[in-house]
Design a binder for this molecule. Structure first.
Ligand code: MRU
Length: 367
């Protein structure tokens, strides 16, 4: 996607330097900083500390992490135990998003097919590059399949703005291109459909107000930031036509893990008869589980992310303490929305209802 006229992705392989580079999302929207990932430790740090974040992007970063592990220790590159250990370390960096395990395992299995070091490096780099290109196309398709949902509402409203609420950042920064939840929005906007996006600020790290608002603004999409608690109120007052969110892991039966607060949005949407869609590439499905509440591990992050807020103070990024210094805080990073609250999934293969039967009719190879 374009940032000030320049094509950007949140991760890329810089051929000249033979280095993986990423946008450091901790400093957006105020500073656009690029970071090199040169070692497995750099890569793990980037995933854990959310230099990179968002399910498809951490999948892609994990995929490149396998390449980084090989070139970092070229004398161990053909040692299967070494590469498997590094892959396990990468997969331990964050627990909830399925894409991380998917990305690492996909590239690891290519590595293990090659005995010769040069062949192994080439196979791994090719596969990681394939992952990012495929995920970009998947998001484009999610946009194409999701756009008619917005178009229909626009027609019903005689072209008045379609108000879409989204939570967290499931935009191109979280993916490679277009985003998941934002892809239908960008596609509708680019097709001259009048859209307006309610952006949940998404405490504690403000992925909505920092990242989604920045992305939408750069693309020219009309949007308004709201507090995380405002959704129910604006839904009751007919100010929301549609909710679209992303997901970090979705079970084969349609339970959806996403950023903390998503479940409350789904409840409010149900109570107000507002369609609640989840947009995802197939790399986010966990085909091995059905019960999201029992089986999806929910990350608990550092309570300081709640206790401190980041912002610009006299032109400098600063962290300030908000609550009493001695108060405890608990930072549950995701929640699970049961399938019964989800109107449908928007995937790279089409739109389906949130039932195991309908999901598997799009992905019959997983039956
Ligand atoms: O903690 P984060 O910022 O990695 O959480 C990201 C989300 O919850 C997104 O909504 C999700 O990854 C979907 S991304 C397309």
């Amino acid at each position: 996607m374009k940032v000030d006229g320049k094509e950007m992705r949140p991760i890329w392989f810089e051929k000249g330097l033979q280095t993986v580079q990423v946008i450091d999302q901790r400093f957006l929207p105020h500073q656009l900083i690029i970071k090199d990932l040169k070692t497995v430790d750099d890569t793990i740090y980037a995933i854990k500390e959310m230099v990179v974040r968002g399910a498809p992007l951490i999948g892609a970063t994990g995929a490149f992490g396998v390449y980084i592990a090989l070139v970092q220790e070229n004398n161990k590159g053909t040692d299967d135990n070494y590469i498997i250990t590094q892959c396990n370390r990468l997969k331990d960096a964050r627990p909830t998003a399925m894409n991380l395990f998917w990305g690492v395992d996909r590239v690891l299995s290519e590595a293990l097919k090659q005995g010769n070091y040069e062949n192994r490096v080439k196979a791994v780099l090719d596969e990681a590059l394939k992952v990012i290109e495929e995920e970009a196309v998947n998001c484009q398709k999610i946009g194409e399949y999701g756009m008619p949902i917005i178009e229909q509402i626009s027609k019903r409203k005689n072209n008045a703005p379609v108000n879409i609420l989204t939570h967290c950042n499931a935009g191109w920064l979280a993916c490679i291109e277009y985003g998941t939840a934002t892809a239908p929005i960008y596609t509708a906007f680019d097709s001259n459909i009048d859209v307006h996006v309610w952006v949940d600020e998404t405490r504690p790290l403000n992925q909505g107000s920092r990242l989604t608002a920045w992305e939408l603004g750069k693309h020219g999409v009309n949007h308004t930031i709201i507090t995380d608690n405002a959704g129910g109120h604006i839904m009751q007052h007919n100010m929301v036509d549609l909710v679209i969110v992303g997901t970090d892991r979705t079970t084969r039966a349609g339970d959806v893990a996403n950023k903390i607060g998503t479940y409350l949005k789904a409840l409010a949407a149900k109570d107000n008869n507002i369609p609640f869609y989840v947009a995802l590439p197939s790399s986010t499905f966990d085909w091995d589980i059905t019960d999201g509440i029992a089986d999806i591990p929910i990350e608990e992050r550092d309570p300081d992310e709640i206790r401190y807020a980041q912002g610009l103070v006299n032109g400098k990024l600063e962290n300030v303490l908000v609550p009493p210094a001695q108060s405890r805080a608990a930072n549950h990073a995701f929640d699970v929305t049961p399938a019964r609250l989800v109107t449908g999934f928007i995937t790279e293969r089409g739109v389906c209802r949130a039932t195991e039967h309908d999901i598997l009719s799009l992905f019959p190879e997983k039956i």
